[in-house]
Design a protein around this ligand. Structure first.
Ligand SMILES: Cc1cc2nc3c(=O)[nH]c(=O)nc-3n(C[C@H](O)[C@H](O)[C@H](O)COP(=O)(O)OP(=O)(O)OC[C@H]3O[C@@H](n4cnc5c(N)ncnc54)[C@H](O)[C@@H]3O)c2cc1C
Length: 371
């Protein structure tokens, strides 16, 4: 059997790709070294932010708007409650480049964005304390994705669409003959005409020259109460502190509020180095300075988890074909902000497998930028 598309890594992006490709009538093989959703990759921990007025740059806005449409469609088709329109409040100093990018993205794409003074923020969410000279940018249409539910849903719909799934099956090598590609796994070899490599953090085991640095990250749940909940209209948030640290968090659920720091973390080179939460000195204190100043009503740390970012040097994604192999698409280096895009990246992979040109400008995400 020759597959139309083989997917190496069926986590966030690979699960979406498998779903769209199988339901487009392609013969699809989805492979993963674990059984997605799982805790070995980058999609666990229940939730991920989706922000539209994009602080990481305007070039992402067309992608994230399409991603949101696809998430909404997925929720509707499956009945899974995978998106919560909680709104996202971004707070920071007026000269922060993240804050400036949010404003520019909203202006260019005419996105709803409420600009608020510190006193407006305080009046609306008294639980959130920000310096007097800060501004708040509230995105009413952004919110929270349930990441594990989303991956589980894509995996299920891919299977229903006829995808073959080989999970708990590691890909060890990739070989090319003429216009075909063969993946070598623990369970046997599989051949296809097109390949998607969406192997997340450990993609360099297959493609060692990719400019990707794995970074151990943590997030933790803290004691909260109903004031911080979605029911009470407490939003998801991002915050840049005066010393330039970036934090983000989610409305509380069951009296637990999840919060994390986006920058920092520990560079690692092997999966075993991703030690569990609490096993690195400082884990328990990482968000303490932020909570004390910005969310002083939040209580002690209840539990946490570790995860990984796959950072590129500029923290922009890699969406490109493998040099010299036009039948292989790499989607990787999502640098700790890629989950919200998994739906549209899966669609892009499906279009690639169908031999169609992408609707999006992928030049900012090409490998050639690293030369
Ligand atoms: C703490 C944390 C917080 C984050 N917060 C946000 C957020 O708020 N918003 C946001 O948009 N993004 C966020 N992200 C980033 C986002 O979660 C990731 O960018 C995204 O999940 C990566 O998707 P992926 O498909 O590349 O990787 P994964 O979902 O990890 O999938 C890769 C898959 O490849 C498999 N694999 C790897 N090697 C092999 C092999 N050799 N053979 C077979 N299978 C293999 C793995 O098992 C895995 O299932 C966060 C990430 C972390 C860690």
């Amino acid at each position: 059997m020759t597959y139309d598309l083989i997917i190496v890594g069926s986590g966030s992006v690979g699960a979406a790709a498998g779903c769209y490709a199988a339901n487009s009538g392609l013969k699809v093989l989805m492979i993963d070294s674990a059984h997605p959703p799982h805790t070995q990759g980058s999609h666990h921990g229940d939730t991920r932010l989706i922000r539209h007025a994009y602080g990481e740059g305007e070039k992402y806005v067309p992608l994230v708007l399409r991603a949101q449409t696809l998430w909404n469609a997925l929720a509707e088709i499956s009945g899974a409650k995978l998106f919560h329109r909680t709104g996202v409040i971004n707070v920071g100093p007026t000269d922060s480049s993240f804050i400036k990018n949010i404003k520019n993205s909203a202006l260019k794409y005419d996105l709803p964005l409420e600009e608020m003074r510190a006193s407006d923020v305080k009046a609306r969410w008294p639980e959130l304390v920000i310096p007097e000279d800060y501004i708040g940018l509230f995105e009413p249409d952004s919110g929270v994705l349930k990441s594990e539910i989303a991956v589980e849903t894509y995996i299920r719909l891919a299977k229903q669409g006829g995808a073959t799934q080989r999970f708990n099956c590691q890909v060890n090598d990739i070989q090319y003959q003429n216009d075909h590609v063969t993946v070598i796994t623990d369970d046997g070899n599989y051949t296809g005409t097109r390949l998607l490599i969406s192997a997340g953090t450990w993609v360099k085991k297959l493609l060692p020259t990719l400019p990707i640095t794995p970074v151990r990250k943590i997030f933790a749940w803290h004691q909260a109460d109903g004031r911080y909940s979605e029911n009470n209209r407490f939003p998801a948030f991002t915050a840049e502190t005066p010393d330039g640290q970036q934090y983000y968090g989610f409305p509380s659920e069951d009296n637990e509020l999840k919060v994390a720091r986006h920058n920092g973390g520990q560079v690692i080179s092997q999966p075993e180095q991703r030690l569990p939460f609490g096993h690195v000195a400082g884990d328990g204190l990482e968000v303490f300075p932020f909570l004390r100043e910005f969310l002083p009503g939040i209580g002690c740390c209840l539990h946490g988890a570790s995860c990984t970012y796959d950072n590129t040097p500029d923290e922009d994604f890699i969406i490109d074909t493998l040099p010299g192999q036009d039948n292989t698409l790499i989607i990787s280096g999502l640098s700790g902000h890629g989950f919200k895009f998994a739906s549209v990246l899966g669609e892009i992979a499906c279009q690639f497998a169908l031999g169609k040109t992408s609707d999006y400008d992928q030049s900012p995400f090409s490998l050639s930028r690293f030369k």
